[in-house]
Design a protein around this ligand. Structure first.
Ligand code: GLN
Length: 472
């Protein structure tokens, strides 16, 4: 088995002919098969991947290969790749094939990356444990009794278990960072608008971003740089110039770092996670950065605000799955209305239905002011406070998650308990700022822990620069 350590090393090995792309893809397919029980991949695109590999080998020989030549990339099953199936891990999209590729996929292919397959996730990216997939749970390779996190669980596991080199996930409230934290990988949620959402199956459009999950910060920086940028197909994508993150991550700059007191002192925080975060803060100080505690008085409002607003957006976004336009249609309908009702009742899973109902409720005439409108106002307060802190500090630190990966079933009976898993990650999506989760040590239970770094809008360079300095 070729042992992948970084994209840079891989490029050197391809150049020196230690390995070629065709062999890399063959090895990856074998490895995915060997670890099939993890259930990370829903489908392997063997023939198109091998075809891409052959073409890339020719380009390497001709000296015309792109920056991601030979990098084997898996896609979360909510990112479209033309001519390939995509299902958002839902029965309702059964058999559906993408008619076009997401902009991120086009950008990866333009740099000669090899797309290897689609990865299991929580249905429509709703969940924190991957237990909500219509196609079975994904096992955490570090302890198979434990969840890999969600919703991009398959994407995190594919990197952690060496099934491919890099994956793309989506993050609406932590779905890249939380599974990264649970599997000892690096996960980036870019600034809202940094990466085009064209071709991402929408969950909550004002929160969703696509981002990379990788083995190290350098790879995340390079992939992020490639997938970022203005896109005429996504009006919320930004025209702000894309920095060369991969070249700016060893700047030697000293940063003003804030850590959020309420997060580090949170009641439900695992004491070992707390110690790991404090140790990193000490390390940052020793390295010459300034570290200060800052109060963030809205911690308890984060999760409710997130769930009021995202369910509202989801109820609207998911109305297109009606049994007529896409995928699954009930065989039991008698007229148009029962086609809609039965297709949706049979096609969606329990969590998705719960959120559609919640979202419809908070948007309904009688409750709009009490919930949706209030949620928008609280979002503004959280946004303002986050930006106020980031006007005096370069970066904000919190733990990525309250604890390490938990056992299957632990939170399944209690949605509120499950939702509280997102307490530290949703802030970045509510405010729209970038955030990364980086491994910061191993718990005495043997599982990895993650530290989260948030930065101001479009300050991914600073964020990744500090992320690289985290000592494991
Ligand atoms: N765990 C969160 C949720 O269940 C985050 C999901 C996401 O980021 N897609 O909504």
């Amino acid at each position: 088995m070729y042992s992948f350590s970084s994209i840079q090393q891989l490029q050197a090995d391809l150049k020196s002919k230690t390995i070629n792309c065709e062999a890399l893809v063959t090895l990856a397919i074998a490895e995915i098969k060997k670890k099939q029980h993890l259930n990370a991949f829903l489908e392997v695109f063997d023939s198109s991947a091998l075809e891409l590999a052959k073409k890339t080998d020719e380009k390497i020989a001709a000296g015309t290969a792109g920056k991601l030549a030979g990098v084997i990339i898996g896609l979360k099953d909510n990112i479209c790749y033309k001519g390939h199936k995509v299902s958002a891990s839902s029965k309702i999209l059964e058999g559906f094939e993408s008619l076009y590729s997401a902009t991120v996929v086009e950008k990866l292919l333009a740099e000669d990356a090899i797309i290897i397959g689609r990865l299991n996730c929580d249905e429509f990216a709703m969940g924190s444990s991957n237990e909500n997939s219509a196609f079975g749970k994904v096992l955490n390779p570090l302890n198979e009794k434990c969840v890999p996190g969600g919703s991009s669980g398959g994407a995190a596991v594919a990197v952690a278990a060496n099934l491919c080199h890099v994956t793309l996930g989506s993050d609406t409230g932590g779905s890249i960072r939380q599974p990264a934290s649970f599997t000892g990988t690096v996960g980036v949620k870019p600034t809202y608008g940094r990466v085009s959402r064209y071709g991402l199956i929408a969950y909550a459009s004002s929160f969703d971003q696509i981002g990379p999950i990788t083995k190290n910060v350098e790879d995340a920086a390079l992939v992020l740089e490639i997938i970022s940028g203005l896109d005429k197909h996504d009006n919320t994508s930004s025209s702000q110039k894309v920095d060369e993150y991969s070249k700016q991550i060893s700047s030697g700059k000293k940063y003003k770092i804030a850590y959020l007191k309420e997060c580090v002192e949170a009641e439900g925080l695992d004491p070992e996670v707390k110690t790991a975060i404090i140790t990193q803060l000490e390390n940052f100080k020793k390295a010459g950065h300034t570290v200060e505690a800052v109060s963030f008085p809205f911690l308890e409002y984060l999760v409710p605000t997130y769930y009021v607003l995202t369910t509202a957006e989801a109820s609207s976004n998911l109305s297109r799955f009606d049994g007529v336009h896409y995928g699954y249609r009930t065989p039991n309908a008698t007229d148009l209305e029962s086609t809609y009702k039965k297709s949706r009742s049979e096609g969606f899973g329990a969590e998705v239905k719960r959120r559609i109902m919640l979202g419809t409720f908070v948007l309904s005439a009688g409750y709009y002011d009490a919930y949706y409108s209030k949620g928008q106002k609280v979002r503004r307060l959280i946004h303002n406070k986050t930006n106020e802190i980031l006007s005096t500090f370069d970066l904000i630190i919190t733990p990525s998650t309250p604890g390490t990966a938990f056992e299957f079933g632990k939170n399944s009976a209690d949605p509120i308990k499950m939702y509280l898993e997102d307490i530290f990650t949703v802030q970045a999506n509510i405010a729209g700022v970038p955030a990364v989760s980086v491994p910061c040590g191993i718990h005495s239970n043997g599982l990895p822990m993650g530290i989260q770094i948030m930065a101001g809008y479009f300050q991914e360079s600073k964020m990744l620069d500090l992320a690289k300095q985290v000592i494991v």
